[in-house]
Design a protein around this ligand. Structure first.
Ligand code: ATP
Ligand code: MG
Length: 580
């Protein structure tokens, strides 16, 4: 019995949780767990980052540790405080709390001092070759690289030139600091990787103090180590970087004269598969192109795969995280279906969205036996999935708006909505019947402008004939005199191919390496936004920005930031069913 429950429990844990548990059981890192989420503040977070956030913060929460937020700000030319603020907001919205907010730039002095110590130990040197020369000497995985002519220059010279690199007098690209490791290593990252380059750009935090800036590989591991990170969780492309990550940490420990056993106290890098989804293109660099070119209306455009885009579109944090949980963490790359994400979001919204009536393609229905000027008021259930959400009032009168597609003049037998002689139930109200003859009025072009029906008395819920059997369905409606006009924004996929990343890359290759928007344009869906006029029940005007709504029979919607009492605006989050 016990065996069984053990395997069941094990199955539900992902490989990172298992590794952390192993480390804890082995007493590593003093049985502590500390993680970090390390975004580069060069754009807004996207759904891929949600996967990283969920594991970085999740592991810390689960094992009684802390997760710090560390801005990986080593590329001053692309970074901005706007992004820092947006990143913080999105993490909080997802429901996570960091310990400290730290910045890679907090460590610039420490990293510099370490680099100087490494030069003194003969472990780093200034290379005055161009980037092209250095690249040409790199070799291939099967062929050793060529050592730089500057590799064995005197230590004093490298020390002097390293200072120069930071003086502001050296133009970018003139020289770099490289680690002296092994130009014949099987691991390309060991072939004297670049530690520092000259940028001569002020940094938004450190101002003009630095002109030479550390590279990611030289920065990340040391920051982890100095901060006390125990588990440095990242994505699979960093697997080949791991030995270098470990080596730099070893060097940092040696320089610091730290003689604790390395293996038990180092930060451990574990890698999982990146989130890849059909029909979206991730990577902040690409998303920035869409924003700059005006393809979308900003980072939070509801068509964007950003956290703020999904928020504005009406996705809940719980919906997003339940999807992340479903796809899990593995060590091989995959392409997940967008439909899986949408179905997780539907399941989530089904539990929380308040049901309202909205008619998005309206045609008038006149209840001919209901007196003009009279009004009935009903209690409509807000959420059949949660009684505590209560009810709200809706009005019924002689003239209603219904969906145009709920009526057919030459209705086939299997059409279970309105047509000559057909019966349906009006949601929350009566059963109605269209006459066999003269059931609608048309304009001079033959368009139906009015539909006629009679209500069948005593067929409301709780009344004598309420359980009258009919073939027709229940349709939604709003009362013409008690509804409001609204703008409805229906979003479709931004990309018309399943795998935009590959499509864009291939197209670029086939067309002389074109970049940016030119490589993207052929794959963008020109109909990704449809704006419609709809009629919504009055109560919708009382809903707040980003409230979760279901337009019954139509889809899930939310109140957009642009919505005002005078001009209501709703975004379609997702349709009720997968139509693709
Ligand atoms: P982008 O290319 O979108 O800018 P990035 O990897 O450069 O992504 P960072 O800000 O450097 O973005 O990433 C912060 C963290 O988020 C890193 O640990 C990174 O591995 C992780 N991350 C980025 N994209 C994904 C993704 N698609 N799936 C899972 N994790 C991701
Ligand atoms: Mg990046």
């Amino acid at each position: 019995m016990e065996e069984v429950s053990k395997t069941v429990e094990k199955k539900s844990k992902n490989f990172i949780e298992l590794k952390v548990e192993e480390d804890l059981a082995a007493g590593k890192n003093g049985k502590r767990v500390q993680t970090r989420f390390p975004p580069e503040p060069n754009g807004y977070l996207h759904i891929g980052h949600a996967k990283a956030i969920a594991i970085d913060f999740g592991i810390a929460q689960q094992y009684g540790g802390v997760c710090n937020l560390r801005m990986d700000d080593t590329n001053p030319q692309k970074e901005d405080t706007e992004y820092v603020e947006a990143i913080k907001k999105d993490i909080e919205w997802l429901g996570f709390k960091w310990g400290d907010i730290l910045y890679a730039s907090d460590y610039f002095q420490q990293l510099w001092d370490l680099a100087v110590a490494l030069i003194k130990q003969g472990k780093a040197y200034v290379d005055e070759q161009s980037a092209e020369q250095i690249a040409a000497q790199k070799g291939t995985p099967t062929q050793a690289g060529i050592e730089s002519p500057y590799r064995n220059r005197p230590i004093e010279e490298s020390l002097r030139l390293f200072e120069e690199m930071n003086s502001g007098n050296i133009e970018p690209g003139r020289m770099v600091l490289r680690a002296k490791i092994d130009m014949a290593s099987d691991n390309m990252h060991f072939r004297d990787p670049i530690m520092y380059r000259v940028l001569n750009i002020p940094h938004w935090r450190t101002g003009n103090k630095w002109n030479a800036y550390p590279m990611y590989d030289y920065t990340h591991g040391q920051c982890d180590y100095w901060e006390g990170v125990t588990h440095s969780i990242c994505t699979l492309e960093f697997v080949p970087h791991r030995p270098l990550y470990d080596l730099f940490v070893d060097w940092a420990k040696q320089v610091a004269g730290d003689d604790q056993p390395l293996d038990d106290n180092r930060p451990r890098q574990y890698e999982f598969n990146k989130l890849n989804l059909t029909h979206i293109l991730l990577s902040k660099r690409n998303l920035l192109v869409l924003v700059k070119e005006g393809i979308v209306n900003g980072w939070d455009d509801p068509r964007m795969p950003t956290i703020c885009g999904y928020r504005r579109r009406g996705y809940s944090p719980e919906g997003i995280l339940s999807f992340i949980d479903k796809i899990g963490y593995t060590t091989f790359d995959a392409l997940n279906q967008m439909s899986l994400f949408e179905s997780a979001v539907r399941d989530d919204l089904n539990k929380r969205a308040l049901r309202v009536s909205a008619v998005v393609d309206p045609v008038k229905l006149v209840i001919t036996n209901f007196p003009e000027g009279e009004v009935e008021v009903y209690d409509a259930v807000n959420n059949p999935e949660n009684e505590a959400d209560g009810t709200h009032q809706i009005e019924f009168s002689r003239e209603l708006w219904i969906e145009r597609e709920d009526f057919m003049e030459d209705a086939p037998k299997k059409f279970f909505r309105l047509g000559p002689g057909k019966e349906v139930r009006l949601k929350n109200s009566y059963i109605i019947r269209c006459p066999e003859e003269n059931c609608c009025k048309k304009d001079e072009n033959g368009n139906i402008v009015e539909i006629y029906a009679e209500l069948i008395p005593d067929t409301k819920t709780g009344q004598a004939n309420s359980d009258m059997k009919i073939k027709g369905k229940t349709i939604h409606w709003v009362s013409c005199n008690h509804c409001l006009e609204a703008e409805v924004r229906n979003y479709d996929r931004l990309w018309n191919v399943e795998n935009p990343r590959d499509a864009v890359a291939n197209y670029s290759k086939e067309n002389g390496d074109i970049r940016g928007i030119d490589a993207m344009r052929p794959f963008l869906n020109p109909h990704s936004l449809e704006i419609k006029k709809a009629y919504v029940e009055k109560w919708c005007a009382t809903r707040k920005t980003l409230d979760y709504l279901q337009f019954q029979r139509i889809g899930y919607y939310t109140v957009d930031y642009d919505s005002t009492p005078e001009h209501l605006v709703f975004n379609r989050t997702v349709t009720l069913k997968d139509s693709k």
